[in-house]
Design a protein around this ligand. Structure first.
Ligand SMILES: NC(=O)c1ccc[n+]([C@@H]2O[C@H](COP(=O)([O-])OP(=O)(O)OC[C@H]3O[C@@H](n4cnc5c(N)ncnc54)[C@H](O)[C@@H]3O)[C@@H](O)[C@H]2O)c1
Length: 438
């Protein structure tokens, strides 16, 4: 099939590349010329495991192209995906400016029937608006399909290649048929292609993200209560999750959720509820808990070192909002670092892949370390903010030698109490009893 994907970010780039990998001809379009020039040479602007190799192979085998020429891309394609960003506006709603602009451009460019697929996360009713925007620019036939994306950054290629399900919101049999043909190679392991109307498809994406965010805030509340009553959230989580009605996924307490999706999507669904005369008190609470949780680690630091942190040096391991990505959008690390800086602390930061992203935000206000142990030199404490695998089994002896004082504030519960006690660390996890220094 001949496809174009407009918007070459985390979603568009992965979707376009994976469609090419399954044998389609794919043109990826972006307005960012620097990004397009880099991609044409096989240089990938984001970190996503496995992606670069796929891009290079499909470029070399001439199934994948990158361009800033939307008109030619639309004319060469039967299916046009819209995958531009839908950031949060000041009132919490999703900003549809980019999506509608692209819809108009597709309308102006098309020279025959097209399926226009909205892959961006968009509020209920957007497919109708996309349809109106296209109709205003063309007399050609078209169908609008809502096909929300459920990939996880850090495992995006794997998720796209083997999705739990594919949701297709459409009413036209012709469009449904094309979409089923396109997605069949990805669902060979019995996972379903779910056909529904556009509005239900749009709602499904928000409902899924809002529910996942709710699980995180729920376990964070349980964790905070565990700390107060002397229970261990790691055991509680296992005990709860073993119930098949609950399950183990997305029940890890930590420093709050971040990223480009959960915060804005929770806001957007609350906004949709308000616009339709409903409140959404449950999600207001989810948000509130999450905001509070981002401050928890610094509260623990203040509990140990006092309000004034001038003269203290803190190592931070992990800056990305989650492991295996360089994405720092809405990352809890930003709140944590800003708060420590405000209190006068010095920050020695390490992340396996997001130091460049961090430099864009913090410039010379913090120090950057390519190697995790280098960040520990003379540190008064270590804060673990992202659960990268490489932090799970560190050399505790080496850490102790490098640090001024062996203290770890663990925002991801990576270590066991008895190990930390044996190793002579003061250890402050989330939702578990702390180990005080001997
Ligand atoms: N990132 C995720 O994990 C994820 C997962 C599922 C769904 N989504 C949704 O997918 C959408 C895209 O997210 P993302 O993270 O890929 O965004 P992103 O910001 O990484 O990428 C968006 C891209 O669109 C380009 N763009 C903007 N306007 C354009 C235009 N007029 N023409 C061509 N290109 C244009 C930008 O230059 C950028 O490269 C959002 O609605 C998001 O909510 C994201």
């Amino acid at each position: 099939m001949k496809i174009c994907v407009i918007g070459t970010g985390y979603v568009g780039l992965v979707a376009g590349t994976c469609f090419a990998e399954s044998g389609n001809d794919v043109i990826c379009v972006d307005i960012d010329e620097t990004k397009i020039t880099a991609l044409q040479k096989g240089s990938v602007p984001i970190y996503e495991p496995g992606l670069e190799e796929l891009i290079r192979r499909n470029l070399a085998e001439r199934r994948l192209w990158f361009t800033d020429d939307l008109v030619s891309a639309v004319r060469a394609s039967e299916i046009c995906f819209i995958a531009v960003g839908t950031p949060e506006t000041s009132n919490g709603a999703a900003d549809l400016g980019g999506v509608i602009k692209v819809a108009e451009e597709i309308g102006s460019a098309m020279n025959g029937y097209r399926v226009v697929v909205c892959k961006s996360t968009v509020p209920v009713g957007t497919a109708d608006k996309v349809g109106e925007a296209i109709r205003a620019k063309t007399d050609h036939d078209f169908d609008v399909v809502s096909n929300p994306e459920f990939l996880k950054e850090g495992a995006a290629v794997e998720d796209f290649m083997k999705p739990d399900r594919v949701v297709i919101g459409a009413s036209s049999p012709r469009a449904i048929d094309l979409m089923q043909t396109l997605y069949e190679p990805f669902v060979r392991t019995e996972n379903p292609i779910l056909i529904m109307d556009n509005r239900s498809a749009e709602m499904t994406k928000y409902a899924a993200n809002a529910f996942l965010a709710t699980r995180i805030s729920f376990i964070n509340e349980i964790a905070n209560l565990c700390e107060r009553v002397g229970a261990d959230v790691a055991d509680v989580r296992r005990g709860m999750g073993s119930d098949r009605r609950i399950g183990h996924h997305f029940l890890f307490p930590g420093v709050g959720y971040g990223g480009s999706c959960f915060p804005k999507d929770v806001q957007a669904i609350i906004r949709t509820a308000h616009e339709n005369g409903l409140g959404f008190p449950l999600l207001n609470a989810v948000e509130e808990v999450n905001e509070r949780q981002k401050h928890l680690l610094v509260e623990k630091v203040v509990g140990r070192f006092g309000e004034d942190l001038r003269g203290y040096r803190f190592a931070i391991w992990g800056l990305a909002f989650k492991p295996r990505t360089d994405d720092m959008r809405e990352a809890p690390s930003i709140v944590i670092i800003e708060e420590l800086l405000r209190r006068g602390a010095r920050i020695e930061a390490h992340d396996p892949v997001s130091l460049n992203e961090a430099r864009k935000r913090f410039a010379d206000r913090i120090t950057y370390h390519r190697l995790n142990y280098d960040a520990l030199e003379d540190a008064d404490a270590l804060l673990i903010v992202t659960d990268w695998n490489e932090f799970r089994r560190p050399d505790f002896g080496r850490m102790r030698q490098l640090m001024k004082t062996p203290i770890v504030f663990d925002g991801r519960n990576l270590y066991e109490h008895d190990v930390m006690r044996e190793q002579g660390f003061a250890y402050y996890p989330i939702g578990r009893v702390a180990v005080e220094a001997r």
